[in-house]
Design a protein around this ligand. Sequence first.
Ligand code: NAD
Ligand code: AKB
Length: 314
Amino acid sequence: MTKRERILVTGASGQIGTVLVQELRSIYGIDQVIESDIKHPGNSDGPFVGLDILNAQRLGEIVDDFEISQIYHLAAILSANGEWNPMKTWNVNLNGYLTILELAKEKRIDKIFYPSTIAVFGKTTPRSLTPQHTSMIPETIYGISKQSGELLSNYYHLRYGVDVRSLRYPGIIGYQSLPSGGTTDYAVEIFHHAIKDQAYTCFLAENTTLPMIYMPDAIRATIELMEAPSESIGVRTSYNLAGVSFSPSEIAAEIKKHIPEFTTVYEPDFRQKIAESWTESIDDRLAREQWGWQEQFDLARITEDMLFHLRGIL
Ligand code: NAD
Ligand code: AKB
């Protein structure tokens, strides 16, 4: 008989957590998936516990009380917000994660999901079809903390046998939740403004191409990776993952096909420099070969689906 999983999601009230928790609950059952965050999720339909990820004692109590077998560790401060307080960002993103790895080392958790990011790349990284193993000198504290987390994941796996799995998510686009404090946030905001105002002022320059992925693809990749047999996981730092790559002017043109009166102006701010330090497209061959990753949404399908759902919500 297979063991019944009990899953803790940290940072569950955020952009990804809101959607991931629903998907995990549909697979494992509502009461088997425990949400945690410093913010209440609002309309949660299952168990929620308040948790600051820096409170190691409380985290240990939650793991024991709920007999947690897996953690999806989403709690973090993202790239743009991270630059306002680098010390805090390092502390939350890295020390919070170390507490989880230590619990797994003590054999109190069977499996961990660690979300990494395209922010681990930097200006020495090849910009086009960025390889899995490559030069990485990230320029944001967010990227530095996430890259260090990748290295710790690999270390805890090699040294202590911790089953940690990780994806380098591109910017994530979805209608179910709002992003907060990232550099790729424009690609969600643009849809909201297209519907509400038929106009958008973009904080990135029009030709800034970045790797992106649609939320259903990102959630499916996460769960497929976590369910893959351990022996098929050949990368314990973090897998490159690609969806689609586009620039602000390309997504604006796609939206215009549905909303002809839509206009965009470009007023790049400090986030432009962050975007320019990342890469444009990703080689995710290893994810495809080792556990069968395949995206389903291109830019045209993302645009159609986002507008369809947001028109019903906004
Ligand atoms: P988000 O900012 O929407 O959510 C993060 C959550 O973490 C928030 O609800 C916040 O309240 C919580 N949090 C912050 N500090 C905390 C603390 N000290 N203790 C407990 N909770 C705390 O982020 P997201 O977009 O949902 O991202 C989730 C994860 O995925 C992050 O680790 C992020 O680095 C990674 N990621 C996201 C994207 C993306 O485009 N959304 C891309 C790459 C990687
Ligand atoms: C951000 O822009 O900070 C995130 C990410 C790509 O990690 N969306």
